[in-house]
Design a protein around this ligand. Structure first.
Ligand code: CU
Length: 494
């Protein structure tokens, strides 16, 4: 373990900082704190053992430096380009090159300073969600402080007496919908009981992005891209745990929808909310937890059932990617109106009832911009003899996809309702190689064709398989989505 830690500290720490947070590094250098940065790898122990560091797959950890007795962090609010699935690079706003922003981890009782620089083209403000801090540190624009102008800086400083799963976010409403949130973990003075072996945090977000556009429509009420830690499945990195370990997963939601998060193969208890640890008397078994907007929920379970278990939002449309309003030929029997216009897309009726034939399913569901009555086309039955063909669809690139024939029956087109998932899941959609990474090693071939949206795996692995993946992860450091060994962390891992 020692050599591994040293390896990362010596060879990766500076390059990783350069690569992932150039501005952060520049800022630290200006202050002559290069030396301090190197001191940040040491571990502290507390109580009966080390605190388990929270892993945030696909999201970096934010380094800090000590300045006197103050833990100092540096966040830069800025536009970011983020690849949420292979080939889909979108324009978000986030912090230090990431949306969600990097994870902050502190200890209960810490004095913390957070320097926030605004590199956005408009004013912003940083709110510390649920923090019991002096009002002038609350980040409420207009009331507790002036918004931070473009190019401006605000320095927040407070002592944290709380513990639990908190988060930071821009307090400008539309900026929230552009990605501006990050996890803020406060480790308790006395470790929670029972102790966990693994601790993860996942941020739930959603975006409305029309086809061929890279900028989310933050005014939209319906969403076609939903992400876990800034990625949509199958690009999400699975949570890797050993068989028998006690696991905590902290779920944080900031968006327009509440997400029922479901875990396969296990029962869990909800041990914490956005207000901190819950008394054990409130814990009851479940396997789905509703994470409401602006809430966090900690779930804990013993990973006693080996296998690759899905963890996902159970809203059916949140298990899909790139759902858009019906732009283009329709795929339903009678042909129903497409996205219509903005007003009806927001649910404002012009005529008739919500189920009036000219409103149909489009009411309150339109993407608005650019969509109008599209050519209605019935799919059932089609005039063609054979079921819908998927080959040679213009604009679909087969490269890298594991194209295969979807299994459909000969008379599929005569069955009302067809197709549902035939062309949206399965071999056609599989891209195992494109999302290949150590954490996916050993998954069943073609797995990626069935993973989309807010989905990931909790992989409960026997010791030998676990070791194999850890070895792979070491070897393929260039592809290290979990940032397990980012420098600057006080917390001891493993
Ligand atoms: Cu959801």
């Amino acid at each position: 373990m020692k050599s591994r830690r040293d390896f990362f500290r010596n060879t990766l720490s500076l390059s990783a900082i350069f690569a992932t947070a150039p501005r952060l590094f520049a800022a630290a250098q200006e202050g002559g704190t290069d030396k301090d940065m190197r001191h940040m790898g040491h571990a502290t122990e507390r109580g009966s053992g080390p605190i388990v560091r929270v892993e945030t797959p696909d999201v970096p950890q934010l380094a800090w430096r000590m300045d006197g007795g103050v833990k100092e962090f540096h966040l830069v609010a800025e536009p970011v380009k983020q690849e949420i699935v292979p080939g889909r690079v979108i324009d978000l706003w986030g912090y230090n090159g990431s949306a969600p922003g990097p994870t902050i981890q502190v200890n209960q009782g810490d004095r913390v300073r957070i320097i926030v620089d605004n590199h956005l083209p408009e004013a912003t403000s940083m709110h510390w969600h649920g923090f019991e801090v002096p009002v002038e540190m609350d980040g409420s624009p207009g009331s507790s402080q002036d918004p931070i102008p473009p190019g401006g800086r605000f320095v927040y400083e407070f002592t944290l007496h709380q513990e639990g799963t908190y988060f930071y976010h821009s307090h400008m409403a539309m900026q929230e919908m552009m990605g501006m949130i990050g996890a803020f973990i406060m480790h308790p003075k006395e470790p929670y009981r029972p102790r966990v072996d693994r601790d993860f945090a996942i941020i739930l977000q959603e975006y409305a992005i029309l086809p061929n556009i890279t900028v989310p429509n933050s005014m939209n009420m319906e969403f076609n891209w939903v992400t876990l830690n800034g990625r949509a499945a199958p690009a999400t990195t699975p949570l890797i745990v050993r068989h028998g370990e006690r696991v905590r997963i902290r779920l944080i939601n900031l968006g327009m929808d509440h997400h029922p998060i479901h875990l396969h193969g296990h029962q869990f208890v909800v041990t914490g909310t956005e207000g901190g640890r819950q008394p054990e008397t409130t814990w009851g078994p479940g396997n789905t937890v509703l994470v409401g907007v602006a809430q966090s929920r900690d779930i804990e379970f013993v990973a006693n059932n080996p296998g690759d278990w899905m963890l996902h939002c159970h809203l059916p449309h949140h298990m899909m990617n790139q759902m858009s309003s019906n732009v283009g030929p329709m795929t339903r029997r009678a042909g129903i109106p497409a996205g219509l216009d903005m007003e009806r897309g927001m649910g404002m009726l012009r005529q008739g009832s919500a189920t009036f034939e000219e409103n149909g399913s489009s009411l309150g569901r339109g993407m608005g911009v650019g969509s109008t009555f599209e050519q209605p086309l019935s799919n059932s039955p089609l005039k063609t003899e054979s079921p819908m063909q998927h080959q040679n669809v213009p604009g679909i690139h087969h490269e890298g996809l594991q194209m295969g024939e979807p299994a459909v029956s000969k008379d599929a087109n005569s069955v009302p309702g067809f197709p549902q998932d035939a062309f949206m899941e399965g071999s056609m959609m599989a891209m195992d190689q494109m999302v290949d990474r150590p954490e996916n090693f050993g998954l069943r071939p073609g797995w990626s064709g069935f993973m989309a949206g807010m989905m990931t795996f909790v992989r409960v692995l026997p010791q030998d398989k676990y070791k194999e993946i850890m070895e792979l992860r070491k070897k393929r450091e260039g592809n290290k989505p979990m940032n397990m060994d980012m420098p600057g962390m006080e917390y001891k891992h493993e």
